[in-house]
Design a protein around this ligand. Sequence first.
Ligand SMILES: Cc1cc2nc3c(=O)[nH]c(=O)nc-3n(C[C@H](O)[C@H](O)[C@H](O)COP(=O)(O)OP(=O)(O)OC[C@H]3O[C@@H](n4cnc5c(N)ncnc54)[C@H](O)[C@@H]3O)c2cc1C
Length: 282
Amino acid sequence: MTWDVAIVGGGPAGLAAALEARRVGCSVVVLERQSLPVDKACGEGLMPSGLAALERLGVRERIPAADCSPFAAIRYVQEDGRFVEGRLPAPGGLGIRRVALAQAMSARAREQGVELREGTALRAHAIDQDGVTLHTDSGPLRAKLLVAADGLNSPLRKSMQLEKRHYGPVRFGLRQHFAIKPWGARVEVHFTAGAEAYVTPAGAERIGIAFLWEDGSLSGRVGFDHLLARFPALAERVKGATVDSEPRGAGPLRHDVVSRSKTASSSWETPPATSTPSPEKA
Ligand SMILES: Cc1cc2nc3c(=O)[nH]c(=O)nc-3n(C[C@H](O)[C@H](O)[C@H](O)COP(=O)(O)OP(=O)(O)OC[C@H]3O[C@@H](n4cnc5c(N)ncnc54)[C@H](O)[C@@H]3O)c2cc1C
């Protein structure tokens, strides 16, 4: 058969695209090279528009209360305790543990008739007048439309010459969770020289801390504990709390594109696999 839509990547972008395509009656296959649900480096704070999308897609009701926390504001905090706060429009935002979001989205996608192929990587593709042929770990398939949802550093986007060179600061991120009751229904953004810390409630008994920093702005080793030590008030808050996840990093965070779509003929082969950098090096 020829699928209406083939999506490469079973992260939030790929699964949301799959659910939207099913809503308008398309047949959809998603290729995900890992096993679902996939955990990622993420601050895990969904703003009101993202939350509205989850409601619309029928995903919100599938997220267990233990893995999410509503928040009503974003608070910008200085180390001396001074802050400014922006209130969000109703119904506010939602902090969600990433694996719970991925689990809920993939379950909903299957329920809606999306074919999810886990452990299946795209290896090569070729576009012709009628669509695209995909060469995957589980054999070839045909589709009318190919969606590149293969992540921040998307090899597919690069292979299609859709990436635009980015000039300007390059940022990286690193996150970890702690088993601690959130101390407020808000996301906090703490500042120190060269870095920010985003504190997001992500469950009844969990907070996530995500650090963002600009390449070159920090000297010495960049690890989670070293970053946390730069925020003494925050470090004091989580002192003694049980660590609830492994540190995970990602970056560089910004990628620009020349266009969101392309129709010209093209073919591509997956570059050789490279090892994922450890979070400590991210
Ligand atoms: C530190 C940090 C904090 C953040 N905080 C927030 C936040 O608070 N709120 C927010 O909304 N966003 C936040 N983000 C951004 C958010 O995490 C990303 O926008 C989101 O993860 C992107 O999802 P995605 O589906 O595009 O990609 P991913 O989740 O990376 O999914 C891509 C998938 O494609 C698969 N894949 C790749 N290549 C292939 C292939 N060839 N074949 C098959 N599968 C393939 C991968 O295995 C992966 O599962 C943050 C990001 C970072 C790094």
